[in-house]
Design a protein around this ligand. Structure first.
Ligand SMILES: [Zn+2]
Length: 256
């Protein structure tokens, strides 16, 4: 069995004390084929780039997260640095970018940054990794506005209908440990709505650890619980499910 973690944050400060040990443990498990470290800022994206240079299994994405977008002072400099990071052969997507209406970050600033980065993805032919928290309508408007851009919706939290529209538009849907939570019935409907050639899984480590590890610092090896939960609701084996998600991640992100 092989699993690709399509979205993790091993640059997070929660791993500062023991990052190398945690990564060594995860990779020693044997079934974690690759990890894509998601960037949220220029600094974080550079940290992901450093991990991709240290560990052959690691790839990274570079982008400005909606939470980080409101802090940026020099727009042109930031976009210039981002473009440089995207040229790294181990940079597999522009992300994570998106909209977060759960917290009180300025929505106009978030929308501007999402749009500038969608334009860059289009120009550079890169897939994107979308963060969508309680902003489904505006995220879908942006997807419809840039039909040439595809990518993954990370830790998907939308409806089955939304998942179906994304799939029709060429997008991939990535599910996190949230699908193992008690109140996951709506999200499991979305899992069932995504065809097997468009579904992916992720940790969002250190966040969103699946049951029975819920509340702990999440790591990629816990994805077996997420994979089991998805395979279970789809009525297929965990091996079959993981084979599909691995192929999908390789295809979207151009991983060999
Ligand atoms: Zn994330």
């Amino acid at each position: 069995m092989e699993i690709i973690d399509t979205h993790a944050h091993y640059d997070d400060s929660r791993f500062d004390d023991n990052r190398d040990e945690v990564i060594a443990d995860v990779l020693n498990i044997g079934y974690i084929r690759n990890i894509i470290n998601a960037g949220c800022s220029i600094e974080g994206s550079k940290a992901g780039q450093a991990l991709s240079r240290k560990y052959p299994q690691f790839y990274f994405t570079a982008g400005i997260h909606p939470h980080d977008s409101v802090e940026i002072k020099d727009r042109d400099r930031t976009l210039f640095e981002l473009e440089g990071l995207l040229r790294d052969p181990k940079c597999v997507a522009l992300g994570e970018i998106g909209l977060d209406y759960y917290y009180d970050y300025d929505r106009d600033v978030q929308k501007n940054w999402l749009e500038w980065q969608m334009q860059m993805a289009q120009r550079m032919g890169k897939p994107v990794a979308i963060h969508d928290r309680e902003a489904h309508g505006d995220c879908m408007d942006m997807v419809r506005k840039y039909p040439d851009v595809i990518g993954e919706f990370h830790s998907f939290s939308g409806s089955a209908e939304m998942a179906k529209e994304l799939v029709k538009r060429g997008w991939y849907i990535s599910f996190s440990g949230v699908i193992t939570f008690k109140n996951a019935s709506k999200i499991l409907e979305a899992v069932k709505a995504v065809p097997l050639d468009r579904i992916m899984i992720e940790t969002d480590a250190p966040y969103l650890a699946p049951v029975p590890m819920r509340g702990k610092t999440n790591v990629s090896s816990y994805m077996k619980y997420t994979a089991e939960a998805a395979a279970n609701v789809l009525g297929i084996s965990t091996e079959e499910f993981c084979a599909a998600t691995t192929e999908n991640a390789k295809r979207l992100f151009g991983i060999k």
